[in-house]
Design a protein. Structure first.
Length: 144
């Protein structure tokens, strides 16, 4: 094989290898550019999504805060309403206790006054009830 042929073949091989290397370089360069562009778009979309989530979180936080304030106001109003009712009930209970204390005092005074006569009074009351029952029977008999 002559030197010229050998040189031609080697140059063809080198050219084809260089051309292949050039094609591969251009291909990978284009692929890297596409990947970088895609990643940049995804990064922008991710930042927008993060911003949207931050805004949603802020709105939700404000809504929960206002809801807590409304609950607190409702509880306070309910407690104030119940407090007024409770105070009225306590006033009535105190008056009832005073009344029952007075009734007990009166009964104790009656027992002291009547003493032994209380038994006589009960006997007289029983007789009066019997007279009343007899009178009712007479009225019923006469009405027939």
């Amino acid at each position: 094989m002559s030197f010229a042929k050998w040189h031609f073949r080697v140059s063809q091989f080198v050219r084809s290898s260089l051309f292949l290397a050039y094609k591969l370089t251009v291909y990978f360069k284009n692929m890297i550019i596409l990947l970088i562009t895609d990643l940049q778009e995804k990064a922008i979309a991710l930042q927008e999504e993060i911003q949207t989530l931050k805004e949603w979180k802020k709105v939700r936080k404000e809504n929960l805060k206002s809801l807590r304030e409304e609950k607190r106001n409702m509880i306070t109003a309910f407690q104030e309403k119940n407090k007024a009712t409770w105070e009225k009930n306590m006033t009535l209970w105190r008056k009832s206790m005073i009344l029952w204390g007075n009734v007990k005092t009166l009964l104790m005074e009656e027992v002291e006054i009547w003493g032994e006569d209380l038994d006589q009074w009960k006997i007289g009351l029983d007789l009066w009830k019997k007279d009343l029952d007899l009178w009712n029977e007479e009225q019923g008999f006469l009405a027939k």
